[in-house]
Write a protein that binds this ligand. Structure first.
Ligand code: NAD
Length: 257
């Protein structure tokens, strides 16, 4: 129970398949109290039943596209939870038309900006309030994908956003260290979620991943959740500005022949 007496804020629940849900399950199993933020009231209602069996869960609605919402909701959370220890940012969005074909096929300045705003700026916008929310230091964790480092068919504008997100992790780590706040990312292997279903050739991505991974099968929510617990706990107190690949080794290996 390495997260006993800790309160963790998790943003990005949409369903029981969400990486946010997998992280919430493992964090709760390790004793953490949870604050869950959903993008709209409908998802918050769904969370009420999905988190019914969890101990110590508070639910909030927060649309990160609205600057005011970030400030208002995080300050509201601070009033009832004045000392939290971890923040998980498991949020990404890009118009699904841009996640198929070539990067130039369906892109526009608007689609590009919205992907950056929701998937990247939100991490910085939320981190701005991290010293208030975590007065005794803590851990910020986000989720990325290897499409940031390698061009992968169909990932397109989201690959550019994830490269930007990983850079934001390093800049935030640089600036948050003085508050004793660490900032890291997990680069997860492909996993079937709502966000993943927007990627045109996700099925092929899963197959390609399996063909190259030294560990059998695809990554599970539990595996990502367990690595997240490491980042949220004191066990990672010496690690910041880093990206950990939880992808069954895909990033390290070429296809077998
Ligand atoms: P998901 O669809 O379950 O989660 C994405 C979340 O982003 C949803 O809860 C959605 O409501 C939220 N979101 C979108 N726009 C928002 C807004 N304006 N305000 C607040 N929240 C908003 O999918 P997921 O796969 O669990 O995604 C979580 C994170 O993991 C994302 O950053 C994703 O890129 C990353 N990731 C996913 C995979 C994968 O294969 N599923 C692999 C690597 C990284």
């Amino acid at each position: 129970m390495i997260l006993t007496d800790q309160t963790i804020l998790i943003l990005g629940y949409a369903s029981k398949r969400s990486i946010a849900y997998g992280i919430a399950q493992q964090a709760n199993a390790h004793g953490a109290k949870l604050i869950i933020c959903c993008a709209n009231d409908k998802l918050t209602e769904r969370a009420e039943s999905d988190f019914n069996d969890f101990k110590h869960v508070s639910l909030y609605t927060l649309n990160v596209e609205k600057e005011d919402d970030i400030q208002k909701t995080l300050h509201k959370i601070h009033q009832t939870h004045p000392n939290i220890q971890g923040i998980v940012h498991a949020i990404a969005y890009a118009d699904r038309t841009a996640l198929q074909g070539d990067i130039t096929d369906h892109i526009s300045a608007e689609i590009f900006s919205q992907a950056q705003h929701i998937s990247v700026y939100s991490l910085i916008g939320i981190s701005k309030h991290a010293p208030l929310l975590m007065p005794n230091g803590g851990s910020i964790l986000t989720l990325t994908y290897i499409g940031s480092q390698r061009a992968m068919t169909g990932y397109n504008v989201m690959g550019v956003a994830k490269a930007s997100l990983e850079s934001a992790v390093r800049y935030l780590a640089l600036n948050m260290g003085k508050h004793n706040i660490r900032v890291n990312a997990i680069s997860a292997g492909p996993i079937r979620t709502l966000a993943a279903s927007a990627i045109g050739n996700f099925q092929e991505m899963l197959k390609a991943n399996q063909a190259c991974c030294p560990l059998p099968g695809n990554v599970s929510l539990d595996e990502i959740g367990d690595s997240a617990v490491f980042f949220l706990s004191h066990l990672s107190r010496g690690v910041t500005g880093d990206v950990l690949y939880v992808d069954h080794g895909f990033h390290a290996c070429a296809p077998s022949f």
